[in-house]
Design a protein around this ligand. Structure first.
Ligand code: FAD
Length: 378
């Protein structure tokens, strides 16, 4: 039976980051995924993810976001891949806390985090927003937060680069291998796939929307898997207003979105759907007319110059009841860390989160994981 220091179950944004961190730290490590990441069945796909440093979901997240920027820069330099585009971020007034995963006071917490951590930012009035960033000509709120060092990451490229670099550093990878069980045996953990049985001293469980399958029912019930849809709209012909140089990523009422991220592409806009539970193996993967109808009136009101709906995609959130993370020990199996219930806002922290769970498993130092992120304790 192959024996490893660490086995990582799931190689999306979080598991891939853990695999890379383990390989960097010299661990004998294996990563296993039921598909061949990057793929479009989990939570880490769709061309862009907002990455920002001052975190309105709570100040405790900020060190993870900051460290993730450093780790992506390192990975970019090593692989030659452009992973992050720093086009800036606008939080346009008060975000709607009941419609989005964000808590009340999101704008105020964002500003407070920027001040406490010394993150470069400006507070703009509506006229300043409209003059500097014409795409937001409909913004008439009281104030906006602008973070110039923020922007978007390319999730597919990040996932691919993490795996490639981890393998170059000696990590083993098993793709298209479904982990069927994770169980304690003595002082180790046994991981079964259909093809093999692996023994590891520690397991990082980063299975995204499939995480509940590895949990006892009382914990599985606390996680809600929801289907989200993403939508790309045509920018006006001949206008540069929707290019990254002139359009920061944004969070505005119950919408968030991105400038045109690829030549000939569209402006990606989404809202969130937080309550209807989905099963990752049964979920409707196609974007339907009714999905478009939810977002369309909001897009037309906020961005009247945008044209046709070009395409859509679906994606999954794995959320806790209060939309904070769940990172902590498995409630029943010693030496297993549960890490990928990221409540729809995990990508920007994923690199540092992977590093932190590996550091804990190997008793090394990294950004400390807040105790409050352990769902078993709340
Ligand atoms: C539409 C959408 C928009 C988002 N926007 C943002 C954003 O702008 N900014 C931000 O910070 N965050 C954002 N997020 C959240 C962020 O993308 C996620 O928190 C993050 O990508 C989750 O990564 P993960 O590794 O936990 O999950 P995944 O990427 O889903 O990885 C889990 C992996 O586990 C594998 N797996 C599952 N079960 C098994 C098994 N039994 N055996 C082997 N492998 C298994 C899966 O195949 C998958 O590859 C968004 C999420 C969605 C869905």
């Amino acid at each position: 039976m192959p024996r490893f220091d660490i086995a990582v179950v799931g190689l999306g944004a979080v598991g891939g980051a853990a695999l890379l961190a383990g390989a960097r730290a010299g661990a004998k490590i294996v990563g296993i995924d039921r598909f061949a990441p990057p793929h479009s069945f989990g939570s880490t796909h769709g061309e862009t993810r907002i990455v920002r440093a001052a975190i309105g979901e709570g100040e405790a997240y900020t060190p993870f976001a900051q460290r993730s920027f450093e780790l992506w820069d390192q990975l970019s330099a090593e692989t030659g891949e452009k992973l992050v585009t720093r086009c800036g971020l606008l939080v346009l007034g008060g975000v709607l806390p009941h419609a989005m995963h964000v808590p009340a006071g999101f704008l105020e917490t964002t500003i407070a985090a920027a001040r406490s951590f010394g993150i470069a930012h400006d507070i703009l009035n509506a006229a300043e927003v409209r003059t500097r960033f014409p795409a937001y000509k409909r913004f008439d709120g009281e104030r906006a937060y602008f973070e110039p060092g923020a922007g978007y990451a390319d999730p597919e490229r990040v996932v691919a680069a993490q795996l490639k670099r981890a393998q170059a550093l000696g990590a083993d990878v098993r793709l298209n291998a479904v982990v069927t069980s994770v169980a304690k045996e003595g002082d180790t953990v046994i991981v079964h796939t259909a093809e093999e049985t692996i023994r590891a001293s520690h397991v990082v469980l980063a299975a995204g929307a499939w995480t509940p399958r590895f949990l006892p029912p009382d914990h599985a019930r606390k996680l809600t898997i929801t289907r989200q849809t993403l939508h790309w709209f045509a920018p006006p012909a001949g206008s540069a207003d929707y290019e990254p140089a002139r359009m920061p990523v944004f969070i505005w009422n119950d919408l968030y979105g991105f400038p045109v991220a690829s030549p000939g592409g569209g402006v990606k806009v989404a809202t969130e759907s937080l309550h209807a539970r989905a099963d990752p193996d049964q979920v409707e993967r196609d974007v339907k007319r009714e999905d478009i109808e939810i977002v369309l009136p909001r897009v037309r009101a906020a961005f009247p110059s945008l044209g046709a709906h070009l395409r859509g995609a679906t994606c999954l959130y794995t959320s806790t009841p209060d939309f904070n993370f769940w990172v902590g020990p498995h409630p029943e199996i010693a030496h297993v860390t549960v890490v990928s219930a990221c409540s729809g806002h995990g990508f920007k922290h994923a690199a540092a989160l992977g590093e932190a769970v590996i550091a804990n498993a190997m008793s090394k130092s990294a950004v400390a994981i807040p105790k409050a992120w352990n769902l078993s304790a709340r």
